[in-house]
Design a protein around this ligand. Sequence first.
Ligand code: PNW
Length: 498
Amino acid sequence: MKIFLLIFLACFCTGAFGIYIPKATNITNRKFPSTFIWGAATAAYQIEGAWDEDGKGESMWDRFVHSDPTHIDDRSTGDVACDSYHKWQEDIELLKQLNVKLYRFSVAWTRILPTGYLESFNQAGVDYYVNFVKALRAAEIEPMVTLYHWDLPQTLSEQGGWLNDSTADRFGDYARIVFKNLGPYVKLWATINEPKTTCTQGYASGEMAPGLKLVGDGIYQCARVQLLAHATAYHIYHDEFADQGGNVTIVIDATYNEPLTDSAADAEAAEWEFEFNLGWYANPVYLGDWPQIMIDRVGNRSKAEGLSQSRLPPWSKDELEFVKGTFDYFALNMYTAVAVNAIDEPPIGTGNYYLDKGTGTSYKPEWTPSIAGWLYSYPYGMRGLLNRVWSKYNPGSIYVTENGWATTEDLNDQGRLEYLQGYLSNMLDAILEDGVVVDGYTTWSLMDNFEWARGYTQRYGIIDVDFNSPNRTRTFKDSAKWYSQTAATYCLVDTCVD
Ligand code: PNW
């Protein structure tokens, strides 16, 4: 008898009967607006595999993982990943089962232009993605297409990549082809994913492709070129494809910055931290120019280092105009909170973005740590950050284009479920209480995938992928069962008030 009761309880709690009773107590039981769009997100290199099939060229990530296996914790690669290049029909079935109406995925630049140059045009790559977006539409799932999620053509990388101004023009060439061919089926576009992560991890810490360590100057040049590339694509869309009637923006990642103490100095430091991270990219696009605190601090420190020009490259008047206003909505990636404190002015030495910032960062003990060193759960941060973005940049509409939780948990991923429930509950508070317009949400991630330098050691999927099976079998985790219920009912708990 006892054993039956145990089995019954275990099944009941894990949602095997399709009902889930949430453990968390402070989750709202109000409904999301009926216009809210539920979705899931992925990126090409992290899921597709087929790294050299059907004419695809080599990207800087292909080179990064192949040239030195120790770049990746478990010495793995994205050569096969989730094999989504071949299993795309099955992936669309998963999206349908999840009840989501929006799928954010990225196009691999090297499938369309294998070397990054127009001469290398590859029709097979275009056909692949056209088929895919048509099939999504047939399934009544809106595609949100990211043009660039970190997989720069290796040829362009060798010519300086995001340090070379001409990469912005190459990005324009590529964007034009994608707009032209996929445009009839796509209304939501994202140009570049998380330029900050590319500059800090790819061009400064060297942890990601292309593995450069230019923490004083390259890091700022990388930001400049990516912003120019974004603006180039934005203008091409609105100048040449306006009749398609879609919306274009850049995807910016941000943390919620909470002052460590209630001192005025820590409050100011939190403000600096915000500007040196989100403002670095959002200011030029939404307001024009770099944040003033960056202009001042990097300028002053550069001068003290004896340089004749700021390491933060100043915009020309034309460039400023070109970048300013290149948004149709705000795409925000949000995972964690960071506690910020004031520090003494770091001594002058060699240029360094982290010293330019002039802040100390940590995490509060009451926040729940994930297995990823940088990711802590503090659900209120979602509400706080949304309010900040809404009032500072006045974007008209926000989509939260990534938000998720890293675990080693398998199918019983209670931790992820509670994280998502808490963050979404706070997002709903921002919508209903504060009047922030959040039109949609694509959770990271649809399925476990290649987590960059962490390989397959950190899982973000709401759907499990068996990387040991050649079939890459997909299985719903508890969080996916809960999410499919939520996407169908617009309700985070079992019953909502109307
Ligand atoms: C994102 N942070 O990166 C990327 O867009 C995804 O490709 C990646 O898989 C996912 O997050 C999980 O790592 C981020 O420090 C990296 O706040 C770092 C941060 C945020 C997002």
